[in-house]
Design a protein around this ligand. Structure first.
Ligand code: NI
Length: 182
C-alpha cells in the first residue's frame, strides 16, 4: 500500500466530471482497482480525513471512501464505519437542510459553513460489486454529499450560500468553534 498525493484546489482534475467504474474491473486479475481503494483508505487515514474521492488522488473515477473513528480534525464528529462506495449516486434528498462547517483535504486549511440536506438516500456498489442502497442522516449524510460532489467537479465552496462564512482553520478554532462550544 502507498500514500497518494492529494490534489489541491486549482488542479483541473478537481473540476472534472468522473467516469463510471466498470464493475468488471473490481475483480480484474491485475488488482489495480482494489489497490487504488486500499491506497485511498490509507491516504484518508494518514491525512485525518473523514472521506476521500478518487479525483482528489488524481483518478477521474466514480469512487469514494469514508470513515470516521476518532479524528483529530473533527474531534466532535460521530463514528462512521469504513465504507467504500463505487459509482455512488444520490437518489433522494430530504426536504430539510441544515448548515454545518466543512473542511476538505483539497482545501486543507479552510472551513466553510455549508447548507446540506439532513437526509439522503444513496445507491452504490461495494468493493465486491454488490449493489447497496442506504439511507443516511446527519453527519454521514453531509460527508456523503461532500464526497459525491467531488465526483461531479464540485467542492464545498460551490455550495456555500454566504462566503463571509469561510475561515482559515486556525481562526475558525479561535473565533467560531470556541463560541459554538461555549
Ligand atoms: Ni473534499
Amino acid at each position: 500500500m502507498a500514500l497518494l498525493k492529494v490534489a489541491k484546489l486549482g488542479d483541473p482534475i478537481l473540476r472534472e466530471n468522473t467516469q463510471l467504474v466498470n464493475l468488471k474491473n473490481l475483480n480484474s486479475p491485475d488488482g489495480k482497482l482494489q489497490l487504488l481503494i486500499d491506497n485511498m483508505i490509507d491516504t484518508m487515514r494518514k491525512e485525518d480525513g473523514v472521506g476521500l474521492a478518487a479525483p482528489q488522488v488524481f483518478e477521474s473515477l466514480r469512487l469514494v471512501v469514508i470513515e470516521c473513528s476518532f479524528n483529530d480534525r473533527y474531534s466532535e464528529a460521530p463514528n462512521i464505519p469504513l465504507t467504500v462506495l463505487v459509482n455512488p449516486s444520490i437518489k433522494h434528498y430530504g426536504e430539510e437542510t441544515a448548515m454545518g462547517w466543512e473542511g476538505c483535504l483539497s482545501l486543507k486549511d479552510l472551513r466553510g459553513l455549508v447548507p446540506r440536506s439532513t437526509k439522503i438516500t444513496v445507491d452504490y456498489f461495494d468493493r465486491e460489486g454488490n449493489p447497496i442502497s442506504v439511507n443516511a442522516e446527519g453527519f454521514p449524510a453531509v460527508v456523503l454529499q461532500h464526497e459525491i460532489d467531488h465526483l461531479h467537479g464540485k467542492v464545498f465552496l460551490d455550495r456555500m450560500s454566504d462566503l463571509s462564512q469561510l475561515s482559515y482553520l486556525e481562526e475558525f478554532e479561535k473565533y467560531i468553534a470556541k463560541k459554538e462550544n461555549s
